[in-house]
Design a protein around this ligand. Sequence first.
Ligand SMILES: Cc1cc2nc3c(=O)[nH]c(=O)nc-3n(C[C@H](O)[C@H](O)[C@H](O)COP(=O)(O)O)c2cc1C
Length: 280
Amino acid sequence: MTTILDFEINTQSCTRCGDCVSDCPARIIFMHENGFPYIPVEKEANCYRCQHCLAVCPEGSISIHGIKPSESLSLEQGFPDPAKLELLMKGRRSVRRFQEEPLEPGLLRRLLEVAWHAPTGVNSRQVLFTVLDSREKVAEFREAVMKGLADTVAKNALPKGREFYGGFLKLWQEKKVDILFRNAPHLLVASAPATVSTPVPDCLIALSYFELFAQANGVGTLWNGLAKWTIDDLLPETRECLGIPADHVVGYVMTFGKPAVHYCRTVQHGPALINHALTK
Ligand SMILES: Cc1cc2nc3c(=O)[nH]c(=O)nc-3n(C[C@H](O)[C@H](O)[C@H](O)COP(=O)(O)O)c2cc1C
């Protein structure tokens, strides 16, 4: 009987197949002399909390961390058709024209919850999604950013090589053309504590999950390097204004919303760059 992990075996249904033992990446599950799997108390601290034991058990006999296998999604129907997934991956586009209306809160929540399933190094699961959930909030944030940019330009303090931001400011001030946020109704920042093993990859993978699931749901997304640099480098006070914890690394920024553009076909990229290493 374990204490911290709440590792429980349904001894009625467990067939003692040992799949949980073989699949545990931390190698902390063993077969007890009574024939059932168990985790020695002294090994509990090594658990990744990955739930592979729960996921792999053919009989659904394992629960861990209080999580019941009956509440997991079944994978017995297989994954989506690869041809459809290929179409999504090739057909997804950077969207820079958005409809006025925001996403329904339920859809926004679902996109984030699914993106939250992205893998993280050592299963740290520390990616924080900071989201602006309405057009009004994006407008308020844009005002703060444009004011900061205007102050920087007035002081002639734009860093070398970033002078073009002055042009973005002018376009906004004179024509209300928004190159930074593309007039999107939503903004998403993925950040993670600098102390986890892989903060930036964790954020980028989570945003890639977000993007693909968003586009599958008819939501347009844009990886937004201009906004990222503005928030993270040029105007760090806007990071605070968004409530991003000071000990976090900003992985990336994405703008998104219902698209006001429809793409009819995929673009075409040439063959992938592949280095077939160690081939004679
Ligand atoms: C890391 C990254 C940063 C990007 N930053 C911006 C940006 O700041 N503004 C923008 O309009 N597009 C940005 N893009 C979009 C690229 O320009 C776009 O992916 C590229 O032109 C190809 O178009 P596609 O995504 O529709 O295939 C960025 C893309 C990536 C992957």
